[in-house]
Each structure stands twice: as structure tokens, then as C-alpha cells.
Design a protein around this ligand. Structure first.
Ligand code: NI
Ligand code: MN
Length: 226
């Protein structure tokens, strides 16, 4: 499995020969100006919630690649009206896709489309392939429900956690989340994109390290491999 950071909360994941784009917000992100969305491959697009900083480039990528959107029922219905294929899920559900399983899990956040219409409930996902399990938190507060994830799904190889604070968890909560998740390897996201979520990266890495946890903060375009 290969996970590439595309800036903000956007990822590209290669698993079992398929490419899964997560929450594409690239054309609106000055920091991601070197990522060419016209060149991104996608078989699936996984969407945690309907906020603009998670769906901005879904339509362009899906229409060019024919990718299938995986998200909550409301978001999938919204994109189906634009002629995009989707697989609707809801929190608590698991589905076996060709690349592995997706478990849709709780997030504590809001979810409305840029025009204010209802975007269902915000969610997170666990991607479970034959050999690996990674948790993608989406935008969320720390929740006690995170404790259920390793108990129900098993040991995680990686937790992708928002760390920018203000709209989501900050560093302190993310460290506690990694305790609840029983996972020592973290990929931080949802930071530095705009003023409210700028962080001191060295300080953040040091704080995680003091709790014997590895916080990875990737330059945009860089990857983690398992
Ligand atoms: Ni959001
Ligand atoms: Mn967001």
C-alpha cells in the first residue's frame, strides 16, 4: 500500500492495483499548486463529508476518470445527479470492494454542501486490505468512540488524523486519539492550508515523540509505503 499526501485532507492511496483518492481539495489549495489534478489517477473517490475543502475537485476527477464515489448516502446522491457513479454507505457499515474493505465509522463534525444543503453525517473510514489497516479520521473532534476501532477491526498500521485545531482536533487531542486507537504511527493532515489551522510542525512532531508516537508530516506529493 502506498499513501501519497496531496495537501490539506487529500490523499491518493494505491491498494491492490486500485487508486483511491480521498477528499480531493487541490485546485483551491495554493500549497498544492504543483499537484496536477488532470494527471491524477482514480478508480474510487472516498469522501468523509460535504464541506468544500473535501469535495472541491470530486466532479472534475470523477468525470475524467470514471471513478466511483464512496461516501454517505446524501453525498453519493448529490454526485449521482451530476452523472457520477457512487456506492452509498452509512456509519457502522462495511463493504468489500475489489481493493479491500471499507468500514465507515463515526466522526464528530458537521457536513453541509457549499450551497448549504444537507450533506449527511460526517464520517471517517478504515481501509482494510489483506495485510494492512489504516484509519482515516476525516474532520473530527476526539471521540471516545475511537476506542471501538481497534477492538472491532483490529490493530491499525496507520492513523491519519487531523491536527490543525480550530475546525478539528489539535495536537493534544490527536495524541489522545492515537492512545484510543492503540496506534503509534500517525499521518497528520488538515493543517497549514489556511490561517486558522497553521501549526508549528517541529513542535507537533516533538510532542508526539515525547509520547513515543511517530507523527509523519509529508511534503505535498510525498508518500508513505507499507
Ligand atoms: Ni469539515
Ligand atoms: Mn475540513
Amino acid at each position: 500500500m502506498k499513501i501519497t499526501y496531496l495537501g490539506h485532507a487529500s490523499l491518493s492511496i494505491e491498494a491492490h492495483g486500485k487508486v483511491i483518492i480521498v477528499d480531493p481539495y487541490i485546485s483551491g489549495n495554493e500549497l498544492a499548486k504543483d499537484v496536477n489534478i488532470d494527471k491524477l489517477e482514480a478508480d474510487y473517490i472516498l469522501i468523509t463529508h460535504a464541506h468544500e475543502d473535501h469535495i472541491l475537485d470530486v466532479e472534475a476527477i470523477a468525470k475524467r476518470t470514471g471513478a466511483t464515489v464512496i461516501s454517505n448516502f446524501e453525498i453519493v446522491s448529490y454526485f449521482e445527479k451530476k452523472g457520477i457513479d457512487g456506492h452509498p454507505m452509512n456509519i457502522g457499515g462495511t463493504w468489500q470492494f475489489e481493493f479491500g474493505k471499507i468500514h465507515m465509522v463515526n466522526a464528530l463534525h458537521s457536513s453541509s454542501f457549499p450551497d448549504g444543503s444537507y450533506g449527511g453525517n460526517a464520517a471517517g473510514f478504515v481501509l482494510e486490505t489483506k495485510h494492512h489497516k489504516i484509519y482515516i479520521a476525516g474532520d473530527t473532534s476526539l471521540t471516545y468512540d475511537m476506542r471501538l476501532i481497534p477492538r472491532l477491526i483490529g490493530e491499525l498500521d496507520l492513523a491519519v488524523l487531523p491536527i490543525g485545531d480550530n475546525f478539528t482536533m489539535g495536537i493534544k487531542s490527536a495524541i489522545k486519539a492515537s492512545d484510543f486507537l492503540e496506534c503509534k504511527k500517525i499521518l497528520g493532515y488538515h493543517y497549514d492550508t489556511f490561517g486558522y489551522i497553521e501549526i508549528d510542525k517541529i513542535k507537533a512532531i516533538t510532542k508526539f515523540a515525547k509520547k513515543r508516537k511517530e507523527l509523519n508530516l509529508l511534503p505535498i506529493g510525498d508518500s508513505l509505503k507499507f
